[in-house]
Each structure stands twice: as C-alpha cells, then as structure tokens.
Design a binder for this molecule. Structure first.
Ligand SMILES: CC(C)(COP(=O)(O)OP(=O)(O)OC[C@H]1O[C@@H](n2cnc3c(N)ncnc32)[C@H](O)[C@@H]1O)[C@@H](O)C(=O)NCCC(=O)NCCS
Ligand SMILES: Nc1ncnc2c1ncn2[C@@H]1O[C@H](COP(=O)(O)OP(=O)(O)OP(=O)(O)O)[C@@H](O)[C@H]1O
Length: 225
C-alpha cells in the first residue's frame, strides 16, 4: 500500500487538494478531523485548560483553545504532547481500515507531518506551498481573524520554505483554483490509476494472502508465549 503524505502551511490549501483527491476516488485520512474527535473525548484537556474552554453542549470551544495555545508556545507544546498519541493512533486505525478494504493508495493529510515525524511513513510527500502574503490573506479571510492571530498561527509551524525543501512534489497554490487544478492533473493520473480498490478474484486472492499472513503471525505469537 502506498501512503502519500500531504502537508503544507496553515491555509496553504491542503483541504482543497484533499478534496480533489477525494473527488477522484482516492481516500484521504485527515489529521484535523482526528484531532477534533480526540478533543471531544479527551477530558484531560479540560482538566488542564479549565471548564471555561467548554461550550454549553459540553464540547471544547476550539476557537477559544486556539486563541490560548497559539499565543503561548508552552501551552501549545503541552496540548500537542497531550494529543499526539491519540492523533497517531487515530491515523493508524484509519490507515488499517482502508488497507483492509483493499485500497492501494491513500493520502494522509497531516498539517504537522514533518513536525510529528510522520513523514517517514509516507512516499511521495506532497507539500502545498503558497507565498507568505497570500497565505496570511487567505487565513484571515477564512477564519475572520486579525493579522496578529494569523501571524501567531503561521509562526507556530515549521517555515513553509523548509517544508517545501523536504517535498517530493510541490504544488504552488499562490494562484487561482484553476492553476491549482492544472498542477493536480499533472501528477494525479499515476496515483489514481493504482489507487482503485481491488475487486472480484483479485480481492479474493489479496484477502486469502493476508488471512494466511495474519494466521501465521498469530500462531508464531502463541508458540512464543
Ligand atoms: C488548537 C486547536 C484547538 C484549534 O482548533 P481550530 O478548529 O481553530 O483549528 P483546526 O484544528 O481546524 O486547525 C487548523 C490548522 O491549524 C494548524 N494547527 C493546528 N494545531 C497546530 C499546532 N499544534 N501547531 C501548529 N499548527 C497547528 C494546522 O495547520 C491546522 O490545519 C486544534 O487545532 C488543536 O487541538 N491542535 C492541537 C493538535 C494538533 O497538533 N493538530 C494538528 C494535527 S497534525
Ligand atoms: N487557489 C485558491 N484561490 C483562492 N482561494 C483558495 C485557493 N485555495 C484555497 N483557497 C481558500 O483558502 C482557504 C484555505 O484553504 P484550505 O482550507 O484548503 O487550507 P488548509 O491548508 O487545508 O488549511 P488548514 O491548515 O487550516 O487546515 C480556504 O478558504 C480556501 O477556500
């Protein structure tokens, strides 16, 4: 199974590229969605940041927590450490589920792919780059935030130019959506061709192969214990 890494800076256009993959039938595991699920369940976040970060419905007020952590690097690191194991295991299970369905290519959309060292497990790595001025403008437009908040969020991440140097494929999203789609068309064909889930006899062969591998492993573990 090929696990494609998709990263970039905040508001550089990762979700927009993810949607292009999804519309071509390539499944995407989204770390931001997994983070939101982890936050819903994770009582320790409340124990650390206080009841005041809760909304009336009992869920974490993410914009408020964002305000707190993006203006205080120590608190941000604390939250990152708290959530990291949940995000990693969430990603792992999503990948396993897609693997069991027989997908040959999946995309991991992880904003902190390099910071969290998840890049080691992905190939190729796509970085969505954007020029700094457009990035700030799009971030402020989308989140209705001011320049200081936007700057804090951008500075909380590894510089986008450093991420660009670590990429196998760079998408420059400083232009229009049509420009973006044109760049996407250039490399997506290869990935999408091999990404279709297996069907019919090929799926049966694949399942039998994996079933014998798993049975073999179980027998080995039993024999050793
Ligand atoms: C701080 C939180 C509550 C803000 O929630 P909010 O809904 O405002 O933003 P959302 O989760 O949609 O994230 C938006 C973008 O912010 C950036 N971002 C989020 N967390 C971080 C972080 N800890 N460090 C740097 N950038 C971050 C990413 O580019 C992300 O795509 C939330 O992002 C969070 O819990 N972050 C910590 C966990 C984490 O590391 N998430 C990134 C997944 S790899
Ligand atoms: N080429 C483009 N032209 C104009 N607007 C764009 C373009 N690409 C993305 N956008 C807009 O910019 C904003 C940020 O894009 P998107 O949400 O895809 O970024 P992201 O990298 O997923 O952000 P985050 O890091 O916060 O998850 C969105 O409002 C999106 O609609």
């Amino acid at each position: 199974m090929r696990i494609v890494g998709l990263s970039g800076g905040i508001a550089s256009g990762k979700s927009t590229v993810s949607n292009l993959f999804k519309s071509h039938g390539v499944p995407v595991v989204d770390a931001d969605v997994i983070t939101r699920d982890a936050l819903k369940k994770w009582k320790k976040v409340v124990a650390t940041f206080g009841e005041e970060i809760l909304l009336e419905n009992g869920e974490v007020n993410r914009p408020m927590l964002g305000q707190i952590v993006f203006s205080d690097p120590d608190k941000r690191q604390f939250l990152d450490r708290l959530l990291a194991p949940h995000i990693s295991s969430g990603i792992f299970w999503e990948v396993v589920k897609l693997w069991l369905k027989g997908y040959k290519v999946i995309v991991l959309d992880v904003p902190l792919l390099f910071e969290a060292k998840i890049d080691k497990f992905t190939k190729p790595i796509i970085v969505v780059w954007i020029d700094p001025e457009t990035q700030k403008k799009r971030l402020m437009g989308r989140d209705k935030s001011n320049e200081e908040d936007a700057g804090n969020r951008i500075n909380a991440q590894m510089p986008l130019d450093v991420k660009r140097n670590k990429a196998d494929i760079v998408i420059d999203n400083s232009g229009s959506l049509d420009d973006l789609k044109e760049q996407f068309q250039k490399f997506q064909k290869v990935l999408i061709e091999v990404s279709k889930p297996l069907t019919g006899t090929r799926f049966q062969e694949w399942s039998l192969g994996h079933a014998s591998l798993i049975s073999g492993l179980v027998l080995c573990i039993k024999a050793l214990s």
